[in-house]
Design a protein. Sequence first.
Lengths: 425, 221
Amino acid sequence: MKMKEKKEKVEWEKLENASKIFPATSSNKDTKVYRISAELHKNVNPENLQRALDLTLESFPMYKSILRRGFFWYYFERSNISPKVEIESTNPCSAIYIEGKKNLLFRVSYYKKRINFELFHSLSDGAGAVWFLETLVFHYMKINYKVELGDSVPSLDPSASISQKMDDSFWKNYTSNMQDSKIKKAQYISAYIIKGKRIDENKMKVIEGAMSVEEVLNISREYGTSMTVFLTSLLVHSIYVDMPKNKRKKPIVISVPIDLRGYYNSSTARNFFTTINISYDFQNNSSNFKDIVKYVDKEFKKKLEEGNIDLKISRFMKIENNPVARIVPLIMKDLFMKIADKFNDKSISSSISNIGRIKTAKEFESYIKQFSICVSARAPKITFCSYKDRLVITFTSPYKETDIQRVFFQFLANKGIKIEITSNM
Amino acid sequence: MKYCNHCKVYIREEHDRCVLCENMLDEELNEKNEDVFPEIQPFYESHLALKIMMFISIVALVVSFGINMIFPSSINWPILFMFGVISIWVGLIIIVQKRYHIPKKILWQVIIISILAVFWDYKTGWRGWSLDYVIPIACVSAMIIMYVTAKIMNLSIRNYITYALLDGIFGIIPVLFIIFDLVNVVYPSIISIGFSIISLSAIFIFQGREMKGEINKRMHI
């Protein structure tokens, strides 16, 4: 009786700060969808995957939401749609959110040895999605290898309460008493834009390179820096090599998403990230790779200081909380966000996103080969993650050309790293 | 796995050329490759019907203007014909655009039909049929259709309640027609007003709480 009463009430949720931009700016060209895949050593069993998915959703109730338009804002409405596991039949990162269509904001598919989890970015960021996939893989392993595992079945550590997972961490962690004068607006710079021939039907070209974490770490150490800084520098270098000479007066700007959970001790399964921009200007700086690394390293340290991150969040929250902005109808907001997004696009050349180390229980490690991530892109972008000693660096690009990718992977191969390439076309 | 001598990388899937440099690859090194990504069939959107309709519309318009120029008549009928074609297209676009949301579509159709009817009535010498019949009948039938489709398609109350409310409010507008003496035939207007008041009161009495929740949700600032 009690359950029924509860069900009748409409449960809905506001979108948190970072997710507000995605529905307004998603299009067929850039769907704002990303995909995390787990590759196993054996073919996936769809029935067991379905059972695992049903169990996983119990721990992530937010994921049963559909996205709807209100008069002033978008909102999530809890639905009773049960997602179906399907054989992979769509291109990587193809559209999930279609205005007016009432569907869930994620999709789970499989093909041979891979489990693909794709979601619309409003629902969560990479860290939240990894958490979901880790839980899904956990349940799948437990169901599928029940006999083989025998007594050594580990138990799932939920590591956070349901309400913690649904936290709007932007709202909880920002401080509004930042002085206006302290908020120094970053100067708008128009960045070098990578051009190319679009692939038909706005498909994404995904090129994954799998290699050893240890080997890449060793090379990063040789340059005296971390893996993220090293790979960012290598991306800058690869874009530079491909760049037409007369465009070299424009800086290469790489956008780097930063997971904020560590900074603010949050364990939300929703969006909680910000981005920093690393800009490199070849007109005033040397094109020597070592110098690029040195410069990028310095930029990272400067941009990641806690005060700068605080500032960035409070600036965005300020826009959201502005009374005038709040009473503007959603149709107008959509328009403004689209325009702002166009400007933002012109100030970024590419982006690199580190999803980090993906973990599973020790008992399952022998069944899993690797994890990989790709994302819808308006210019070639890098996403990477690691599992055990296997690092998978993925380039997603809307263009047919593969020169940047080639320079990038050749650089690593010439350092003696063994790279295995996979591509969807 | 195949190996690209130029890029010095291994290619996992079955490719003839290197994914990176597009050079031809040597024969298989050892075991056979298994594809990681499936072959996705291209997605052909069949817009042919739409294209044919568009073409016919343009041909018909050109022909009608041409005939009128060669054989002039006292009324400018090609203009009326053009408005007719535009009316059809407006209706069609709304249907296609709102295809995922039926109650919303119905409400939009009521609005479009009302506007077009008033326009046509005005253009053809204001005989008042749009206010007499079209608007009241459109409002009442929309309410009925909404209720019936909601029952058939098993839509939950919250999916159509807002639109039923808006249509109900819209259906009361003929009060103004009667007050300002704009209508010759009052029966359809009276039916529409009565029907709207009854359905609005039903919404508030039986679904008041849902309605409030729904408004809070949609209008949150």
